[in-house]
Write a protein that binds this ligand. Structure first.
Ligand SMILES: [Zn+2]
Length: 143
């Protein structure tokens, strides 16, 4: 059951689920059956799990930068998106796949990188800072 607080923020586990869905949405532009979950592990940590259909990419431990109430503010959600995305791409991306992803719309020879741009989690080109695509908007690249 949804647990929305007076200030409109949802409890952290729903926020994590939203984070996972947003990361999965971009992954699915490359892997149509990609799935992302955050799972609590004892005593008090989390792991990100990524699956491509039946194939498990693996898990990595993670933690969240929570506020004093144990929640994620909208700003923190954007920061976590960048952090968790970078974690997935740095640590779980299959080694066998060496093609740049997501490809830069200006030059498909190099990938975009997750970064915070004016407080919004975006895919950005490190060579042309005018290239920014909000996370979860990769289909708008036209690919
Ligand atoms: Zn570029």
């Amino acid at each position: 059951m949804p647990c929305v607080r007076d200030d409109g923020r949802v409890r952290y586990w729903e926020q994590y689920e939203h984070l996972a869905l947003r990361i999965a949405a971009d992954l699915r532009t490359r892997f149509s059956t990609a799935d992302v979950h955050f799972r609590p592990v004892e005593p008090y940590g989390w792991v990100i799990e990524v699956f491509d259909g039946e194939l498990a990419w693996g898990t990595i431990g993670t933690q969240f930068d929570l506020d004093d109430d144990g929640d994620l503010s909208p700003q923190q959600v954007q920061r976590e998106l960048v952090h968790q995305c970078a974690d997935v791409f740095d640590n779980l991306w299959p080694d066998a796949l060496t093609d740049p992803w997501p490809p830069c719309p200006e030059d498909p020879g190099h990938p975009l990188q997750p970064r915070l741009v004016r407080g919004v989690a975006c895919w950005t080109c490190l060579e042309d800072l005018s290239v920014t695509v909000p996370l979860r908007s990769l289909p708008s690249l036209g690919g």
